[in-house]
Design a binder for this molecule. Structure first.
Ligand SMILES: NC(=O)c1ccc[n+]([C@@H]2O[C@H](COP(=O)([O-])OP(=O)(O)OC[C@H]3O[C@@H](n4cnc5c(N)ncnc54)[C@H](OP(=O)(O)O)[C@@H]3O)[C@@H](O)[C@H]2O)c1
Length: 307
């Protein structure tokens, strides 16, 4: 049997304890006084799901934001909503990360002169539904690689020099529990998230002595449009929280644990998931994705063709 990493297990339990502690001690002012990162926060993929919830949660804690996503109207709407609700400053950058390196140059220019305290590399793309690799349109595969791997890598490279100068900053990389083992029918998505884990862990060793915090988040399922392929993942439950619940929990772990699922119930799920060996987990993942594929074929696809 594959041994359970005691360090990660400890961090998982700590995440749960921090969540409990939050309900008794944390309020905005206390958090700000302890906040070691200050300055502006950048959130990618922020007009929906986890990114949007992260943006709101950071604004609630009185942090100014740079919002980066692909849909201009959604960005403008979000910026207005955040500013009016939370009295913080926002800036928006419209960027389609599927366009690759050229977009990174544009973002770098627009971020020039801003002091970035935290970068939340949240943007991510998943298959439309669980598919065999040969079924996924070539463009979709290439977009997933550009968005999940390229954006995180290049965004990090953009903010590192100024964080190094100040000897202060945090990079939060939103990965996925799909990186815990290969995941058939979501093969490429899971592989990109395995990259994010490796990238985060090596980056941390490179820069931790320079005052830069690198956090890797591995959530299990969250109720967002990313999982629209299955009705089972579109209902809130203990194991499938909505995005605001997830973000509120995950933000509390920053600066405290370097790897986390970000949400206490996912921490328990992580513990039980890691007990069987990789091969067993891979097969269980395949079975699970066949169920989701059927959900899509029977429920979602017929509705889409009807429209
Ligand atoms: N949901 C889950 O169950 C789950 C589980 C584990 C990990 N995660 C990870 O969590 C992160 C957020 O996922 P989510 O569920 O919140 O996703 P989501 O609901 O699909 O939202 C994705 C966000 O990214 C933006 N976006 C998509 N493609 C983009 C592109 N090419 N360029 C710029 N922005 C783009 C979207 O913009 P629009 O508003 O214009 O669509 C949206 O704001 C991802 O990294 C994902 O892999 C999610």
């Amino acid at each position: 049997m594959e041994p359970c990493d005691p360090g990660q297990l400890g961090q998982t339990l700590l995440t749960g304890l921090l969540t409990l502690q939050k309900h008794t001690t944390t309020n905005t002012i206390v958090y700000r006084q302890r906040d070691p990162f200050w300055c502006t926060r950048v959130v990618t993929g922020c007009t929906d799901g986890v990114g949007k919830a992260y943006a709101f949660e950071l604004a609630k804690r009185k942090m100014n934001l740079v919002l980066i996503s692909r849909t201009e109207e959604k960005l403008q709407l979000l910026a207005r909503e955040i500013e009016s609700k939370h009295a913080v400053k926002t800036a928006v950058i419209t960027a389609d990360f599927s366009k690759g390196q050229a977009i990174a140059r544009e973002i770098e220019l627009k971020l020039k002169g801003m002091q970035i305290g935290i970068l939340v590399n949240n943007v991510g793309k998943q298959y439309t539904y669980p598919m065999y690799v040969g079924e996924v349109p070539e463009q979709e595969l290439w977009d997933i690689i550009n968005i999940n791997v390229g954006a995180t890598t290049l965004m990090t490279r953009i903010v590192l020099p100024q964080m190094l100068l100040r000897k202060k900053g945090a990079v939060v990389n939103v990965s996925s529990s799909s990186e815990l083992q290969p995941l058939p029918l979501m093969t490429v998505y899971a592989a990109t998230k395995a990259y994010i884990r490796s990238f985060s862990e090596a980056l941390r060793v490179e820069y931790q002595s320079e005052g830069i915090t690198v956090q890797h988040l591995s959530p299990f399922f969250i109720n967002t449009k990313m999982n629209a392929f299955s009705h089972r993942l579109q209902e809130n439950s203990l194991l499938v929280p909505d995005a605001p619940t997830y973000a509120e929990n995950a933000i509390d772990t920053l600066g405290r644990v370097s790897h986390s699922t970000g949400y206490w119930a996912h921490g328990l799920q992580y513990f039980f998931t890691m007990i069987p060996p990789v091969l067993v987990r891979t097969y269980v993942g395949a079975v699970m994705n066949h169920v989701f594929r059927k959900d899509y074929m029977h429920n979602v696809k017929p509705q889409m063709s009807f429209l």
